[in-house]
Design a protein around this ligand. Structure first.
Ligand SMILES: [Zn+2]
Length: 370
């Protein structure tokens, strides 16, 4: 009871305060936040201080601002209409089709990865599919960053946080980059993995089938690279929940975007460098929530990539440290529903989208072409 009262008191304060003098002293900041509901204004700039921006940084920020909070929520809501999207079900197959339709509607060419999966307790392998879309690089089509999330879920609810939140994030970035006045030097692939919940079989199938094809021009002389050389893999899983532990009614006041690499991997140093790029992009481009770096990435779709290319995972709940210790009561439960989450939770996921896109603008050379 005490905890709830305290949370409400803080929420009331936040509603009253942000329009005050602190906001007015930073006109750019105020401008970009003006359309947000007052209770969502936390302003990362006021928490961490500003950073000097070059003209190139400002252009990148303009691209990051193409991300739309309502669009992110709407994509997530669309995904949750397919229930938990458990692998092997009709609702999972329908969700794969829906994701592909979204990507195509924004002008992306899509492709499916087909693989076999043997359900637990069965000795018969069954066909499974997952879909990806690709933004082909203008000057370096042969080099690629992969951003991913798993579209399958479990628990009998709507798998909203795990991992509708990451899937919607990848789709919202794809939508934002589909504008005709945006180009990327390097290729970016939007990968929506299947069979994560059964043991990463979808991401593993991708690595098994395509690692050997990296950087090969096919047909020769065509300028087409079916599998550009991997420069990094950024995974997104469970983006919205940071309610502390013991779990509190509202989002924790120190809620943040967690970025993890795996120390016990062949490319730990390179992956840490990729993680740092995300932390720095968060400081510069995210609006509300800071990011922190950790080294215990595990049990997620970036794992099959980590010895082959720099790999990190963004998750609001670090799987071992937080979710593994009971910090998320909705994890794999029927209560992982769209309606379980507040706008603050959605905004945490949205800040992860700003973080990843901010880093990508620099890493992949995304620019405005007017
Ligand atoms: Zn997950």
């Amino acid at each position: 009871m005490t905890v709830r009262l305290a949370t409400f008191a803080v929420a009331a304060l936040l509603v009253v305060l942000p329009a005050g003098p602190a906001a007015a002293q930073n006109p750019g900041d105020q401008e970009e936040r003006i359309s947000d509901p007052p209770e969502l204004r936390r302003s990362l700039r006021r928490v961490l201080g500003g950073v000097p921006m070059t003209p190139a940084d400002s252009m990148r920020q303009e691209i990051v601002r193409r991300l739309d909070f309502e669009s992110y929520k709407e994509l997530l809501r669309g995904l949750t209409e397919f229930g938990d999207r458990e692998q092997g079900t009709a609702r999972n197959a329908a969700a794969v089709d829906w994701i592909e339709d979204r990507l195509r509607s924004w002008g992306y060419e899509t492709e499916r990865v087909r693989y076999m999966y043997t359900p637990r307790g069965s000795d018969t392998a069954e066909p499974r599919e997952e879909v990806f879309g690709t933004l082909v690089g203008v000057t370096r089509p042969d080099e690629m960053y992969i951003i991913g999330a798993h579209m399958d879920g479990r628990g009998g609810g709507e798998a909203a946080n795990d991992d509708g939140s990451g899937t919607a994030l990848v789709l919202e970035i794809a939508r934002a980059l589909s504008s005709s006045d945006i180009a990327a030097d390097r290729t970016i692939r939007f990968a929506l993995w299947n069979n994560e919940e059964t043991g990463l079989q979808g991401a593993e199938a991708y690595v098994e089938q395509r690692a050997e094809l990296q950087g090969i021009e096919n047909p020769p002389g065509s300028g087409d690279y079916p599998e550009p050389r991997w420069l990094g893999m950024i995974q997104h899983d469970m983006m919205m929940w940071d309610h502390g532990n013991p779990v509190t009614f509202g989002q924790a006041l120190d809620a943040d975007v967690d970025v993890e690499f795996q120390l016990a991997s062949d490319l730990a140093a390179e992956s840490a460098q990729l993680g740092l790029a995300l932390i720095n992009a968060n400081r510069m481009h995210a609006t509300d929530y800071p990011a922190v770096l950790s080294n215990a990435m595990s049990n997620t779709d970036s794992t099959p990539f980590m010895n082959l290319t720099p790999s990190v995972s963004l998750r609001e709940n670090r799987r071992l440290y937080e979710t593994g210790n009971g910090a998320n009561p909705h994890w794999h439960q029927p209560t992982d529903l769209f309606e379980t989450f507040s706008d603050r939770d959605f905004m945490l996921g949205f800040n992860a989208a700003q973080t990843t896109l901010g880093a990508l603008t620099e890493l992949a050379g995304i620019r405005l072409v007017r």
